[in-house]
Design a protein around this ligand. Structure first.
Ligand SMILES: C[S@@+](CC[C@H](N)C(=O)[O-])C[C@H]1O[C@@H](n2cnc3c(N)ncnc32)[C@H](O)[C@@H]1O
Ligand SMILES: [Zn+2]
Length: 962
């Protein structure tokens, strides 16, 4: 079996940048608009993975890479085709050299006369060509937004691979037929939000997707069938949405519950919790800040009401900046303490709730809500009150044109009556709607994330997370959805639209009053991966939910092949796939099964009707979480099953978040025990700013490439070590050989990571290793500090890599003769000169050199700001201490500092002569170190002075004679 492209190379730097671009585009991402899921993988990463699996690796790796980039439209031509934004005249001017400026410009800011359209295009192309990859991307659409490659690109691709494709689907199918005799089948048994099956289907594969969680299965089904249903489905869905929206709007108008007597319509209601101050007995409203909309000077002003013994909230729309600041500071809640504006005493909320610590754990103080409670009952400790309504008034201006203006008001009597009416309306429908599944009836199960709902609010059922207005609105949406929609596709789409509304409008949303939020707005429920209860929250109305209800336009496509989506435990999957690509819940610490109940509670009665062979339960007992022995065993069962459902020449890719060696070792063990062997590993920066390789490295996504383990060979541990050494070196040589000097593909950490992969490759190629009992290692409960034999092999591999990677401009022979501490320092400078400040990188490097302590070398050790001391910063610290303090490098640094302070190279030289015992024998070595430090002059700005001194000193030592 010849290797696949992805087993020999992957353009990880460009891919990281593309993934980052996709992530950053937020709501215009293709699948995110369908509904919330945690940890969706970028589609470009999935596309690259599948193509990388399908593409063979030929004996011309350079051409392989060019073709691969072409397919992804990440080559020069592809980028140019993707360019949709014009480069500004200012930027054009800045990028041109003098000659070019004369050729194109009359003067700065003004092009010469009579420039044709074609010329303008040529100028754009000229400048575009000068930009770096990141910079180019700013002007480009994403590859997935492009219809097709150019005809000439297909000619080149076909010539290289012996295909005859005119588009990506044909290409994928032809390669599949060459390799497997049929269209390639790609499966994901942990499909989550559906990125993997969706992208597989979009580029022409047959797709299979399943997830233990039915909410995930629903999102994946929608990805393939709604987004993948083409224009026709998109239109159907839109019409269905419109008719439901109109019906809901009509009903709300008829009831008049979002209007006031002046005919204004409400577009936000703000509520807060209220409680009695334990000190003075007054009723106090709770909020961390009383600013409502900073930009428009809207605040709530707290006023004492002696008669009713409570604090009233008056709404002001004309606050100046001083008053706004005051309202911000005068929150009645800070650090979980109630601050009473009447008596100025503070009391912890925990005490107000009456929580008590018992032997068996904390006993909640709050009354637990009954199923049919819709609001707090009269004697509950935490009450709730409506304190502000944002109204929209529509009027005609003097020209007779329709205009709107906003008003913020405290609720008046009729508004409060309207609240009562809403409650009555919900009560009247409660039983019927629950019966039909239009509103939830499910109980909240206690779990890691949900416990706080009981403790902080007393909520026991999922509908308690919504206020009566929200319940009424959602009940109506569901009711009309099932009245109006006939096709499954319409029903699923409407259910998911409801889900989006739930996320953006529950009692768990923050009211954001920042200036940037204009009139104030609500955030989503899941701003992070937790249930965050609030003391004050804002709710939306029909009009402010409109955008969420309709969602962004579906970026639709037509998926031709069959796909199959199921809710199923990965252990139970019985489908066979050529490629399994999975992103298991491994070390990501998201409690999918608990968080998704928030949605499932609203879907559960519909799912079995829509999908008779699915279940509607999160099956929390089967959900894979944690990292203990039970977790390892269940993961191994899953992967064993997937390996069994794959042909001999099939392959797998497992994605996981890059962390330390023990995470790698665990996963390696799991996969190895499942009958798989590692053939390659790559790390792509997919999350947040790591696309730019800043921020923390743990955010990278590792792709482990695997094949079936078919060998019968057994090895001994001591045979493994030398093999790992050879493999690490081979891998590093290969990477260095493929590296592009102009636009580096690999960073420092990628080389270290390559060592992990090399170790796993050697290890997993055997059926067994005599000294490792796989089953025992899987089931073992590890104590802190316990090192499995696999971790030791990996650690050793990293050591080999660190020693092998001599910094640029350093003699590799001399490198071997210096101590590990010196190597750490000198290599560290090399890394620092690449703009690397992440602590994890220096930590890993120190581990690689086997150092326990390296902090003495650091000038700053703050996260993401790590950097090494310069010669001047070292001054005379640690001089003469064992280890680094008495090394040649340390003495050389001291001598440099001497040159800097005395401004005389000779003084530095004299110091070296007297401090270095066998100066004359060591002279070459000293010169090498000094010269290397001298190269930092242009690489690290704060080395300027010291580096110049190092170069001078190197000259002086070089010219020295007896
Ligand atoms: C990291 S997410 C996958 C995200 C997905 N790749 C995407 O792009 O959206 C992991 C998924 O594994 C699912 N899961 C957990 N235990 C499972 C099991 N035993 N069988 C199948 N799926 C499981 C979770 O529900 C979750 O959706
Ligand atoms: Zn008080």
């Amino acid at each position: 079996m010849s290797p696949s492209f992805i087993e020999t190379q992957l353009p990880i730097s460009k891919l990281s940048k593309e993934s980052y671009k996709e992530r950053k585009s937020n709501y215009s991402q293709t699948l995110t608009g369908l509904g919330k899921w945690w940890g969706r993988k970028p589609l470009i990463l999935v596309r690259a993975t599948i193509l990388g699996l399908l593409l063979p690796s030929t004996d011309d790796p350079k051409r392989d890479r060019e073709i691969f980039l072409k397919l992804l439209m990440m080559d020069e031509e592809g980028l140019w085709l993707r360019k949709t934004k014009a480069i500004s005249l200012k930027e054009v001017w800045e990028r041109l050299n003098t000659k070019e400026r004369q050729e194109w410009f009359a003067e700065e800011g003004k092009l010469r006369a009579k420039i044709t359209k074609d010329e303008r295009e040529a100028l754009q192309k000229l400048v575009f060509g000068k930009l770096s990859y990141d910079h180019k991307l700013e002007y480009c659409d994403r590859p997935e937004q492009m219809d097709n490659l150019s005809e000439s690109a297909w000619q080149e691709i076909n010539a290289h691979l012996g295909t005859s494709a005119t588009n990506l689907s044909e290409f994928v199918q032809q390669l599949g037929i060459k390799r497997f005799g049929h269209i390639p089948r790609v499966g994901d048994a942990f499909c989550g939000g559906g990125s993997i099956p969706f992208e597989a289907a979009r580029i022409g594969c047959e797709a299979y997707g399943s997830d233990l969680n039915p909410v995930a299965a629903l999102l994946t089904w929608a990805a393939l069938n709604i987004v993948g249903g083409g224009e026709e489905v998109a239109e159907q869905v839109r019409e269905a949405q419109q008719s439901v929206y109109d019906a809901v709007d009509q009903q709300i108008r008829e009831w008049g519950i979002e209007h006031n007597e002046l005919g204004w319509r409400a577009d936000a209601y703000l509520y807060c919790v209220e409680t009695l101050c334990p000190e003075c007995g007054w009723k106090v409203p709770l909020a961390p800040s009383w600013v409502i909309a900073a930009k428009y000077g809207v605040i709530g002003e707290l006023v004492t009401d002696d008669f009713n013994k409570c604090i009233q909230i008056e709404i002001r729309e004309d606050a100046n900046s001083h008053q706004i600041n005051l309202a911000k500071k005068q929150g009645t809640l800070s650090n979980s303490q109630l601050i009473c504006p009447h008596c100025n005493q503070t009391n912890p909320i925990q005490a107000i709730r009456g929580d008590r610590r018992m032997k068996e754990g904390t006993q909640y103080g709050l009354r637990l809500w009954k199923n049919n409670d819709l609001v707090p009952s009269a004697d509950d400790v935490l009450q709730e009150r409506l304190y502000c309504i944002r109204w929209i008034e529509t009027y005609l201006d003097e020209k007779g044109l329709k205009k709107t203006r906003r008003h913020y008001r405290a609720p008046d009597k009729s508004d409060l009556q309207s609240e009562v009416m809403v409650l009555e309306l919900v009560k009247a429908r409660f039983a019927n709607w629950k019966e039909k599944g239009y509103i939830p009836s499910r109980k909240i199960e206690e779990g890691a994330e949900t416990t706080r709902l009981f403790r902080e609010k007393g909520w026991t059922h999922w509908h308690h997370l919504f206020n009566p207005r929200q319940l009424l609105l959602y009940g109506l949406i569901s009711d009309f959805s099932f009245q109006k929609a006939h096709l499954n596709i319409e029903k699923v789409s409407l259910i998911l639209r409801l889900g989006c509304c739930l996320n953006w409008n529950s009692k768990l949303v923050i009211w954001n009053s920042d200036i940037s939020k204009g009139p104030g707005s609500t955030e989503q429920t899941f701003v992070n991966q937790a249930f965050n209860t609030q003391y004050n929250y804002g709710i939306r109305t029909v009009t402010t939910l409109e955008k969420t209800f309709f969602g962004v336009d579906i970026n639709s496509c037509n998926l031709g092949n069959d796909s199959k989506i199921l809710s199923a435990d990965a252990r139970q999957v019985i489908e066979s796939c050529d490629f399994w690509i999975t992103d298991p819940p491994y070390a990501d610490a998201v409690n999918y099964h608990e968080l998704s109940e928030f949605f499932l509670a609203w879907y559960e009665k519909h799912i079995p009707k829509l999908f008779p062979d699915w279940y509607a339960d999160t099956k929390s007992a089967l959900a894979i979480t944690g990292r203990d022995s039970h977790f390892r065993e269940s993961m191994s069962e899953c992967y064993c099953n997937l390996a069994n459902n794959m042909p001999e020449d099939g392959m797998q890719v497992v994605m996981f978040t890059h962390q330390d060696a023990s995470v790698w070792a665990d996963l390696a063990l799991i996969l190895w025990a499942s009958g798989l062997r590692v053939t390659a590993a790559w790390c792509i920066a997919t999350e947040t700013d790591s696309g730019l390789k800043v921020g923390n490295y743990v955010q990278g996504t590792v792709l482990l490439i695997l094949r079936k383990q078919t060998s019968d060979e057994t090895a001994f541990l001591d045979e493994i070590y030398p093999k790992v050494e050879l493999e690490v070196k081979r891998q590093l040589d290969e990477m260095l050989r493929l590296e592009d000097k102009e636009e580096p593909n690999f960073g420092d950490t990628d080389y270290q990571l390559a060592a992990y992969a090399a170790a796993l490759r050697v290890l997993t190629q055997y059926k067994t290793i005599e000294d490792i009992d796989i089953q025992y290692e899987l089931s073992k409960t590890r104590k802190k500090g316990d090192k499995s034999p696999i971790v030791e092999i990996i650690d050793n591999a990293v050591k080999i890599a660190c020693d092998y990677l001599v910094p640029a401009n350093f003699d590799s022979f001399i490198w071997k003769s210096i101590t590990p501490e010196e190597r750490f320092y000198l290599k560290g400078l090399d890394i620092e000169s690449h703009g690397e400040y992440r602590s994890s990188v220096y930590q890993e490097l120190a581990r690689g050199f086997g150092l326990k302590d390296y902090k003495f070398c650091l000038e700053t050790s703050k996260a993401n700001e790590n950097r090494l001391k310069t010669a001047s910063e070292f001054a005379n610290k640690n001089l003469g201490d064992l280890g680094f303090g008495s090394s040649l490098t340390r003495t050389a640094l001291y001598a440099i500092r001497e040159v800097v302070t005395s401004e005389e190279a000779q003084k530095g030289k004299m110091l070296l002569r007297s401090e270095v015992r066998d100066y004359w024998q060591q002279r070459r070595l000293i010169i090498e170190i000094l010269k290397y430090l001298g190269t930092m002059e242009y690489k690290i700005p704060h080395w300027d002075k010291d580096a110049k001194a190092a170069t001078l000193l190197a000259g002086a030592v070089d010219n020295d004679s007896l």
